[in-house]
Ligand binder design. Structure first.
Ligand code: NAP
Length: 472
């Protein structure tokens, strides 16, 4: 008998936890996984929730177990597997059923899939989910893209399973088609920038101030009660405190310095470039992960060039005070850039992305949750059309307060050879953004000289060419 109200396909880390979350919220859920043994293990471990779970060994049984019209969440490996799964599932689905891809899809794939469902009687939703394993189990941040009508039908269950910020659900409909997956992509891009900047600041404490991991942990713990208060700062303090049982050393000191990446950071950087919107902090963070992966080359370069000697330095406390503010300044740049990219995408794809809502649903459940996002939500609520967060009163004041610290930290890092690609990109971005008369006049002259591309004059309308002595 079809008693399930919703189905979940994919019982990996995320899918299994999401299914338990759904059951925990009172819904009866049918589950299916390609590898049947995983379904069996899941069913056997569901404990008290097993009464609200129907484990199915075949797709046919799975579909039959859900009451029509069926909402079905796909939580499997992104890319080809999603297309294969849709192909197998689609013939079994009936009019008004809704397929929700909750994996980390590239939003361009989501747009393509959304189009293939249009006019079919079925609906397709591309849903970004953030919060990792813990979020999936107890409340993630949920970013939905699809038709508003399809969202309305699944809104009750999605808001029930989402994280809550002071009682407000962190789930929202953000627009048609690929809107949800696009916003999730930029969320991850910002996450890359946040993490990279934290790592750069850790590097100053470790390699310049010569602090050990537990002492650095105490600094991050102290920061977590101030303006940097966030999940990422909290977990940084946590991981820095943990010791390896085998060696007794801080575990971070024996972890290889090569960062993995699955693509969402890179997609953020690529899409920003495609739209001509600078996202320098995200780009720097992606490039830093790629550089981290070149470990053998870095070892070779260090044996060739050495590591710069640390010069006389200011007192540790002075540097730490500046580091906190520099990190906040870098965060302002990263978020200003990320939101500007979303504003451009909103125009390009006709989504009307609600910026204040996006900031609100990131305040809990997701990896970048922070106090800071509450301030972003307020800034966008006051001025939804502002072109850049840096121009809002609250963030202008934050920039004024942190600017000198960012400058001192970037200068100190440069003089001491400490890598600081993301924080220095933030400074370069601010300094370029706030200068009304930049230096692109020279670039325009060069372009006109070698390619006759023309330029605009300050004192006349129209396009002009330079008197390049006949060489232009
Ligand atoms: P996971 O633990 O590696 O599980 C992967 C799941 O995909 C398994 O159920 C696997 O089934 C299924 N799968 C793989 N290839 C398949 C195919 N060709 N056909 C059908 N099913 C297939 O992955 P996960 O961490 O749960 O991630 C699932 C999705 O959520 C991914 O898109 C990921 O990017 C996204 N996500 C992950 C996180 C996170 O923190 N982990 C956070 C947000 C979003 P088998 O058991 O048969 O192999």
């Amino acid at each position: 008998m079809a008693e399930a109200e919703i189905g979940v396909i994919g019982l990996g880390v995320m899918g299994a936890n999401l299914a338990l979350n759904i059951a925990d919220n009172g819904y009866h859920v049918a589950v299916y996984n390609r590898t049947v043994s995983r379904t069996e293990e899941f069913a056997a471990s569901a404990g008290a929730l097993s009464g609200r779970i129907t484990a199915c060994a075949t797709l046919e049984d799975f579909v039959a177990a859900i009451r029509p019209p069926r909402p079905v969440i796909l939580m499997i490996k992104a890319g080809g597997p999603v297309d294969q799964q849709i192909e197998a599932l689609r013939p079994l689905m009936q009019a008004n059923d809704i397929l929700i891809d909750a994996g980390n899809a590239n939003f361009r794939d989501t747009m393509r899939r959304f189009e293939t469902f249009e006019g079919s009687g079925l609906s397709f939703i591309g849903m970004g989910v953030s919060g990792g394993e813990e979020g999936a189990r107890h409340g993630p941040s949920i970013m939905v893209g699809g038709t508003e009508a399809a969202w309305k039908r699944v809104e009750p269950v999605l808001t029930a399973i989402s994280a809550k910020y002071k009682g407000e659900p962190c789930a929202a409909w953000l627009g048609e088609s690929g809107a949800g997956h696009f916003v999730k992509t930029i969320h991850n891009g910002i996450e890359y920038a946040d993490m990279q900047m934290i790592a750069e600041v850790y590097g100053v404490m470790r390699d310049h101030l010569m602090m050990d991991a537990p002492t650095i942990a105490a600094v991050f713990s102290a920061w977590s009660t101030g303006p940097l208060d966030s999940y990422l700062i909290d977990i940084t303090a946590e991981v820095l405190k943990v010791h390896d049982a085998a060696t007794g050393r801080p575990i971070v000191d024996i972890i290889v310095d090569e960062a993995g990446q699955k693509g969402t950071g890179r997609w953020s950087a690529i899409e920003s470039q495609m739209m001509g919107v600078p996202a320098t902090a995200i780009e720097a963070a992606v490039a830093a992960r790629s550089l981290s992966a070149m470990r053998a080359e870095r070892q070779r370069a260090e044996s060739r060039f050495g590591v710069p000697m640390q010069q006389d330095r200011r007192s540790g406390q002075e540097v730490i005070t500046d580091l906190e503010k520099a990190l906040l300044a870098g965060k302002v740049a990263a978020y200003a850039q990320g939101f500007a990219v979303m504003a451009a995408a909103s125009k390009e794809f006709g989504w009307s992305l609600p910026m204040a809502t996006i900031a609100r649903i990131w305040r809990a459940g997701c990896i970048i949750r922070s106090r800071f996002l509450g301030e972003i939500a307020e800034a966008f609520a006051e001025d939804p059309a502002v072109p850049n967060l840096a121009l809002t009163p609250a963030f202008s004041a934050m920039i004024e307060d942190t600017d000198a610290s960012l400058r001192r930290i970037v200068a100190e890092a440069a003089l001491n050879g400490l890598p600081m690609p993301a924080l220095s990109s933030a400074l370069g971005y601010f300094d370029t953004y706030r200068r009304a008369r930049g230096t692109a006049n020279l670039i325009q002259a060069q372009r006109d000289f070698f390619g006759a591309h023309g330029f605009a004059r300050l004192d006349a309308e129209g396009e002009h060419h330079g008197p390049w002595g006949g060489q232009g």
